[in-house]
Design a protein around this ligand. Sequence first.
Ligand SMILES: Nc1ncnc2c1ncn2[C@@H]1O[C@H](COP(=O)(O)OP(=O)(O)OP(=O)(O)O)[C@@H](O)[C@H]1O
Ligand code: SF4
Ligand SMILES: [Mg+2]
Length: 385
Amino acid sequence: MSADAERTVESVERDVLVDIRGLKVHFPIKKGFIFDRTVGHVYAVDGVDLQIRRGETYGLVGESGCGKSTLGRALLQLEPLTEGEVFFDGVDLASLRGEALRRQRQHMQMVFQDPLGSLDPRQTVEQLLLEGMQAHDLAKGSAAKERLVELLAAVGLPRTALGKYPHEFSGGQRQRIGIARALSVDPQLIVADEPVSALDVSVQAQVINLMEDLQQEFGLTYLLIAHDLAVVRHISDRIGVMYLGALAEEAEADDLYAMPLHPYTRALLSAVPVPDPLVEDQREQILLAGDLPSPANPPSGCRFHTRCPWRQETRCDDERPQLRLVQIDGVPESHRVACHWAEQIQSGDLQPHAADTSLTDPTDVQSDDGEASSLFANVVGIPKP
Ligand SMILES: Nc1ncnc2c1ncn2[C@@H]1O[C@H](COP(=O)(O)OP(=O)(O)OP(=O)(O)O)[C@@H](O)[C@H]1O
Ligand code: SF4
Ligand SMILES: [Mg+2]
């Protein structure tokens, strides 16, 4: 390797704040009253490599149940890793225990979808914000009070909010409190798990804009988890598309929207409405057949083969595709896709066909509350059987 190339590799490595390697999180499925027998596993995250650079927003999207929250929680060491490693700022988090892990947690905070559920209703805003600061010895006495007021100002709330309880605020304001609480310990990384999904559309944009401003002000790095591609696009530098526990595609946000390469991403994007009616009439619509298979019994080979309109007789059913660079003109190295046939699909040499719905076992449907299917049906327009 030339000296220049070595320097580039070094600077990219220095630039990486979160380095997830070969991550697997499997949950045992237990049965039996007396003897707890493990009868299977939910393969919630099943082989993910993902790097997040300092100061960037990494958007992670995918259907309900594909493993987004589990990945975020595993990154924060809130779920035990079945396999793989998570490095934060070069530190192997799994090697930390007790006090060392607690101190490291100061740098990695989480913002949740449901601010009311994640804020203790018996605590005032002041108590909520002080909790973390005190736990990490960040400010005491008058300095703490000053910091509280600064935090509130940063998230656009008046100082009178300090004496109030979470239920006295609107949904958007509560999320501002949730963000202030995450910021209170001066973190480097915030994992925001569907931070605006529970909010009205008008408020969603305000909270996303606030997050962008705070990122600039405090030099934050975000892992933003969402199922809404529109939300992720606006704020993300890079986007990872997840399907059944693994990344199907990863690219700079603009590249992903300009040239989605994985059939799943193409389907997701083909269903996002375009405001121009002429474009809307002419654009590619990809309908996916079948339901999301269960992560307890994922399909062999390419996990998407049961629903893929481009599925081929060779490789797709029995060879799991890795996230890889592609040989397509104009596609940069930052754009990676887990599909054996990405080049041929992009060139048009392979054409879509009706997927074989018999490949999806209807008893394997992941969600019986209808959420997974209907969420995706809204996005992709799946014909219901
Ligand atoms: N503690 C657990 N024990 C067993 N299974 C779990 C556990 N947590 C998550 N799962 C399962 O792991 C899979 C992935 O769940 P996860 O919550 O990570 O998905 P998600 O992509 O965040 O979905 P959503 O968009 O609905 O939040 C699901 O099938 C879920 O039921
Ligand atoms: S590997 Fe095969 S089944 Fe998987 S996305 Fe590509 S074409 Fe579809
Ligand atoms: Mg989730």
